[in-house]
Design a binder for this molecule. Structure first.
Ligand code: UDP
Ligand code: MG
Length: 331
């Protein structure tokens, strides 16, 4: 009943509807990991896939003992799947990589070598995004320059979620109470010793992107509000600016009144109403974003639910007596 020894390396892969990409990914990843000659595990996090991903994973797992499958009960999003993987990974070093081979897994060897030199974080940085669509490239460009402004200079541009973390960095990350972590911003913020490897972003090996515009907007909004109170301050400044403007408009109106120039004034009123309406809406919207976040933080709901973990199942088979069972309800 001994607990399995922690492997040197864990590779965490968030997976959502990747039935076509998975076999190709495994085919390319496995020789690389085997070639390192160290103990490893691959933690495939099935993020509530609705296609045949679950069956494909089970099949792959039967042929690859190091593959561990963690299933989330429902689709919780890329970052939540990553969180689940990071919490569950046991390795001394943990690499996170997408399931679609856009990030070349060969770089893991280089990352591991750098980590062994003493770096806690080795970030994969894309030096060429020509394989992404024009839309993806331009939205990503806008995203990174906005993050640059909000979070500070040290956010590496075009650094996605392909990176290696040391055990210390993983423990630091997983100890954070964030409900919706955005790792590409949090990781540099931790302040661990870090370096990067560059690579060319490749074409998606199969299937289509699982990041439609709605999820990209979600990620951007999470990134801004998670990481900075700047938008709230923006609302304050806009509010102050509006007050100043309103003051001058008031003076102007009073003067016009005294001069007896009683123009209908429809346009100025209309402009003012629209303008202040807009200001209020923007401010209320921003406040709502934070209030919503406070609400979910107070609720304390986890970002994901583990449906099963093949590593746990293995434990259950080994020691059934121990794992049964405390009464479900107390009090
Ligand atoms: N993914 C996920 N849950 C989601 C969306 C995506 O686990 O809700 C996974 C997906 O399977 C892939 C990774 O996150 O391994 C990145 O997604 P994708 O490649 O579609 O994003 P893109 O590279 O187009 O930005
Ligand atoms: Mg991709």
């Amino acid at each position: 009943m001994s607990a399995p020894a922690a492997p040197l390396l864990s590779v965490v892969i968030p997976i959502y509807n990747e039935q076509d990409a998975l076999p190709l990914t495994v085919q390319r990843l496995r020789p690389i990991l085997d070639g390192i000659g160290e103990t490893y595990e691959v933690v495939g996090v099935d993020d509530g896939s609705t296609d045949d991903t679950a069956a494909v994973l089970t099949l792959l797992q039967s042929r690859w003992p190091q593959l561990r499958v963690v299933r989330l009960r429902r689709n919780s999003g890329h970052q939540a799947a990553l969180t689940a993987g990071l919490h569950r990974a046991l390795g001394q070093y943990v690499v996170s990589i997408d399931a679609d081979l856009q990030d070349p897994p060969e770089k893991i060897v280089e990352m591991l070598a750098l980590a062994r030199e003493g770096y806690d974080i080795v970030q994969g940085v894309r030096d060429d995004r020509s394989s992404d669509t024009f839309f993806k490239r331009s939205t990503a460009g806008a995203y990174y320059s906005l993050m640059h402004r909000l979070v500070g200079r040290e956010i590496p541009k075009h650094a996605g979620d392909y990176r290696l973390l040391s055990r210390a960095a993983v423990d630091a990350l997983t100890s954070l109470p964030e409900a919706q972590p955005v790792y590409r911003l949090l990781v540099p913020w931790l302040g661990f010793r870090s370096t990067s490897v560059t690579f060319q972003r490749e074409e998606r090996v199969a299937g289509s992107t699982k990041y439609p515009l709605s999820k990209m907007v979600r990620l951007a909004v999470d990134s801004i509000t998670n990481f900075s109170a700047a938008p709230l301050r923006l609302a304050t400044w806009m509010g102050l600016g509006s007050f100043v403007l309103a003051f001058f408009l008031g003076v102007y109106t009073a003067i016009e009144q005294v001069r007896g120039v009683t123009v209908p004034g429809w346009s100025s009123l209309f402009v003012a109403v629209v303008f202040f309406g807009a200001v209020q809406l923007v401010c209320v919207g921003l406040l709502g974003e934070y209030v919503g976040r406070i609400y979910s933080a107070v609720q304390g709901r986890p970002a994901y639910f583990i449906g099963s973990d093949s590593a746990d199942l293995a434990d259950v088979v080994e020691v059934p007596a121990v794992t049964v069972s405390v009464p479900a309800q107390v009090g």
